[in-house]
Design a protein around this ligand. Structure first.
Ligand code: AMP
Length: 216
């Protein structure tokens, strides 16, 4: 099973993909998390990616495609979060799956209005170690500044600062919104209005994905 979660920055893709992965045993593939761990380890890819990420721009397609390729055939099934983010990436995903004879099984679009997105991103903090996201308004860590899961330090992401957020929204509209049109013209895209508490959105996602999904 290969499920793609689409949606703007702040839609809750990471939060929900983690929960879905936990409840289904599928592998959560977040290109953002993968890149942040490359940055933290100081790899060649991490050094290349950091500048793009900090300013809210996209990392070049070729690097992203090479990074994700080896993971998409994971036999546990994959939940793709943050990929594909351009039409070139969507085509590359199709080609890679064609080569191994697997389809994209489901596309879920998480819709949230712009005011709510900005509000969420400006109150978001994440664990520096395991990357669990929190929201200082509705979903704080139990101990301030410390991750509930791994006791890592909880910080504000550089790209959640106002100038980067503005750029990420622009990049989303220009480069990633067309990916939604691309899939809508090819297959059924399930839309979930992803507002409300994380629990409420999780319930909606499970309902919307339908009875053929592995997690119902
Ligand atoms: P995310 O955690 O998904 O919000 O991603 C954080 C940042 O990582 C993005 O703003 C981009 O700079 C980079 N990034 C993540 N996924 C991709 C992708 N599929 N293509 C290009 N850049 C990406």
């Amino acid at each position: 099973m290969r499920i793609v979660l689409l949606g703007p920055p702040g839609a809750g893709k990471g939060t929900q993909a983690r929960r879905l992965a936990e409840s289904t045993g599928m592998t959560h593939l977040s290109t953002g998390d993968m890149l942040r761990s490359e940055v933290a380890s100081g790899t060649e890819l991490g050094l290349l990616a950091k500048g793009f990420m900090d300013s809210g721009d996209l990392v070049p397609d070729s690097s992203i495609i090479a990074m994700i390729q080896q993971h998409i055939a994971d036999p546990s099934g994959v939940l793709l979060d943050g990929f594909p983010r351009t039409l070139i990436q969507a085509e590359a995903l199709n080609e890679a799956l064609d080569q191994i004879g697997l389809p994209v099984d489901q596309i879920v679009y998480m819709a949230v209005n712009i005011d709510e997105l900005i509000r969420r991103l400006s109150s978001r903090v994440v664990c520096k170690e395991c990357q669990t996201p929190y929201n200082l308004e509705v979903d704080r860590p139990i101990k301030s500044g410390i991750c509930d899961h791994c006791a890592g330090e909880v910080i504000v992401r550089d790209d959640d600062r106002p100038a980067a957020v503005k750029n990420r929204m622009k990049v989303y509209e220009e480069l990633t919104a067309p990916v939604l049109d691309y899939y809508q013209s090819r297959m059924n895209v399930v839309e979930v209005i992803a507002t409300g508490t994380p629990d409420a959105v999780f319930t909606k996602l499970n309902e919307a994905i339908g009875s053929d999904a592995p997690f119902n």
